[in-house]
Design a protein around this ligand. Structure first.
Ligand code: ATP
Ligand code: NMN
Length: 271
């Protein structure tokens, strides 16, 4: 797909809410997703619960937006693969979509521009959502881990005007992450605190894409850390093997299912 063929995916966006006192909310997770993991998916569920119990928002949809290839971060496989893996991961979801718009750009797009794109498509083109009291604009908000918000106080990573623009106009739902001191991460962002919602992880989960890539390079199982169709996709396309680790899986004598540990069903393990 190219930008010329692009259309905004909105089939999973709920277009009507019945609670007039609530503000419709659309969560946007921006990231590398190389590859997407169960933790990334879990972030959406945590944020939806948080919004329902602790805010006056009502979630009407959510999007994964993969960063483009120009981001050039370590371990970033081609955007086409990352979009495909994200699409497989949310294939069964009724409310999470993948928007390829950001990744279809050759140049790097700052997150502020990505959020503007969602505001444009959802509120200007589609006209927001219907409520018993007429149409309402959706609140578009960034969904991110604490490490991402921490980079906002790291000099040179974000332009000050972008931080202000994002946190004033959109806001952020931030999932705590082990290894990141959330209070410290937020210390320079106090001006925007009414627009930053911090979500505690009640079940600690520290899956990261880095660990998945490391496991792949070491020829270790990644099953049950990423969705099964994503495991299969990674195997089929020989992704994340760049350190020369032996390929797992489809060799003729290997009875293992894709991504499964070598320790369970190797061809000659039955001695
Ligand atoms: N274990 C985690 N806990 C909380 N947030 C997370 C976790 N893993 C990823 N995130 C968040 O998910 C979003 C997408 O992150 P990204 O694609 O960079 O994943 P990652 O697992 O951190 O990747 P990498 O390991 O390659 O740095 C970011 O906002 C990041 O903060
Ligand atoms: N200046 C910016 O807009 C800016 C800076 C750093 C990260 N980000 C975004 O944060 C997301 C996650 O980045 P990492 O994978 O590097 O943690 C990406 O979508 C990236 O585009 C944006």
């Amino acid at each position: 797909m190219s930008l010329d063929d692009y259309t905004f995916p909105h089939s999973r966006l709920r277009r009507r809410i019945t609670t007039p006192d609530r503000t419709p909310l659309v969560l946007i997770a921006c990231g590398s997703f190389s590859p997407i993991t169960f933790l990334h998916l879990r972030m959406f569920e945590m944020a939806a619960d948080y919004a329902r119990f602790n805010t006056e928002f009502e979630v009407v949809g959510a999007y994964l937006s993969c960063v483009g290839d120009a981001y050039k971060k370590t371990g970033l496989v081609k955007a086409e693969h990352r979009i495909n893996m994200c699409s497989l991961a949310v294939a069964q979801s009724s409310w999470i979509s993948v928007d390829p718009w950001e990744a279809l750009h050759e140049e790097y797009l700052e997150t502020a521009k990505v959020l503007d794109h969602f505001h444009h498509e959802i509120n200007e083109v589609l006209g927001g959502v219907e409520t018993p009291e007429g149409r309402k604009q959706c609140r578009i908000a960034l969904l991110a881990g604490a490490d991402l918000i921490q980079t906002m106080s790291t000099p040179g990573v974000w332009a000050d005007k972008d931080i202000e623009y994002i946190l004033r106009n959109f806001g952020a739902f931030i999932v705590e992450r082990s290894g990141t001191d959330i209070d410290e991460a937020l210390s320079t962002l106090q001006t925007y605190k009414s627009n930053i919602f911090v979500i505690q992880q009640l079940v600690q989960n520290d899956i990261s894409s880095t660990k998945i890539r490391l496991f792949r390079r070491r020829d270790m199982s990644i099953r049950y850390l990423v969705p099964e169709p994503v495991v299969n996709y990674i195997e089929e396309h020989d992704l994340y093997e760049e350190d020369g680790a032996a390929s797992t899986g489809s060799g003729s004598g290997d009875k293992r299912k894709p991504g499964e540990s070598k320790g369970v069903a190797g061809p000659s393990s039955a001695g």
